[in-house]
Design a protein around this ligand. Structure first.
Ligand code: MG
Length: 334
């Protein structure tokens, strides 16, 4: 049978990791790429620089609280920010389907403008391509970004047993807001995307504590996948407490109705922060003083048990292994 690329290869989960490791890293691997961080980190002269890229294919283009334009800015800003970098410049590449409304394009570009202003970055280069009707769906956007490292040494290797795990706010809002718009489902409680720039929030956390070990934004594959990426092959396990997970009523309601586990739902404006236990309160308080971190919560810790795995202490008093996302629950969420 001829092997084909499936939607699951783009889910951010197990199959995507397999594709990245066994094809992309195998063929293109070098010391920077092999780090597999949210941004590549290297020196230009004596300045440590972060560089990242991401494509946005979200469907629909506009959803409660956000749109493809602002998301394309924030996603790249956030991948720089979680590496301890100050985002500076971004690129903007548009792939537009023939027949796309000029007015909608204008709306998206205005959203890019506002988002760049909010995040304090400049769009300094770009590209525009138009493809025949049917060759892409409305519009796809790619952004790359470059930033300057101001907090060095965020690395999975710095994580120690007993470190605490903080999430900056409720999980799954982004996925549910996109899905509700796409499917035209009305839930009792309206859910807006969490899509937001994380640079300022992260700056505050890093200013408050010099013992932040590692950060990552739980986008595709959700919190469960991000934590698994951190634990994979590590000499520790990750323990999270079900009762501590911040989940909005609207996300719970939608998840129950549609059969989703909120642990796998994408966020676009949340960050997982791993910090030394003695600095937990400092980091938490700093984050809570920011509007996008006011619901920040400690949800678990780095443990000696279940090395390389993530497990959930359930509200019922049991333990359950949390796997990386396998398959695809929601394509084109970002
Ligand atoms: Mg990321």
């Amino acid at each position: 049978m001829v092997e084909k690329i499936t939607l699951s290869h783009g889910s951010g989960g197990r199959l995507m990791h397999e594709l990245v490791d066994n094809l992309i890293l195998k063929e293109l691997g070098n010391s920077v790429l092999r780090e597999k961080k949210d941004s590549a980190i290297f020196k230009i002269g004596n300045r440590k620089t972060a560089f990242t890229t991401d494509s946005y294919v979200v469907n629909p283009l506009f959803f409660p609280g956000g749109d493809i334009g602002s998301m394309a800015v924030y996603g790249t800003v956030n991948d720089l920010s979680v590496c301890g970098a100050r985002p500076l410049f971004i690129s903007l590449s548009l792939i537009i389907e023939e027949g796309f409304d000029r007015a909608l394009l204008e709306k998206i570009i205005k959203s890019v403008k506002l988002a760049s202003k909010k995040a304090g970055v400049y769009v300094v280069t770009g590209d525009t391509k138009v493809v025949e009707k049917g060759s892409c769906d409305k519009i796809f956007i790619n952004t790359s970004g470059i930033g300057e490292i101001y907090y060095d040494g965020l690395s999975v290797e710095n994580i120690r047993q007993g470190d605490r795990i903080i999430i900056s706010g409720p999980i799954g809002d982004h996925a549910i807001s996109v899905l509700s718009k796409r499917e035209g489902i009305e839930f009792k409680t309206k859910v807006k995307t969490d899509s937001a720039p994380l640079n300022d929030l992260i700056y505050r956390a890093l200013k408050a504590s010099k013992k932040v070990r590692f950060m990552r934004d739980p986008t595709r594959g959700g919190l469960a996948t991000t934590l698994n990426e951190i634990a994979r092959g590590a000499p520790f396990g990750i323990s999270i407490d079900e009762g501590e997970l911040p989940i909005r009523d609207g996300v719970r309601e939608a998840s129950e109705l549609l059969g989703f586990d909120p642990l796998y739902l994408a966020c676009e404006g949340r960050v997982v922060v791993i910090v030394a236990k003695e600095d937990e309160a400092r980091a938490l308080n700093a984050m809570r003083r920011h509007k996008d971190g006011k619901d920040a919560k400690a949800i678990g810790e780095i443990s000696a048990d279940y090395r390389g795995r993530v497990y959930l202490n359930t509200s019922a008093g049991g333990k359950r292994i949390v796997e990386m996302l396998s398959g695809e629950q929601l394509p084109r969420i970002c």
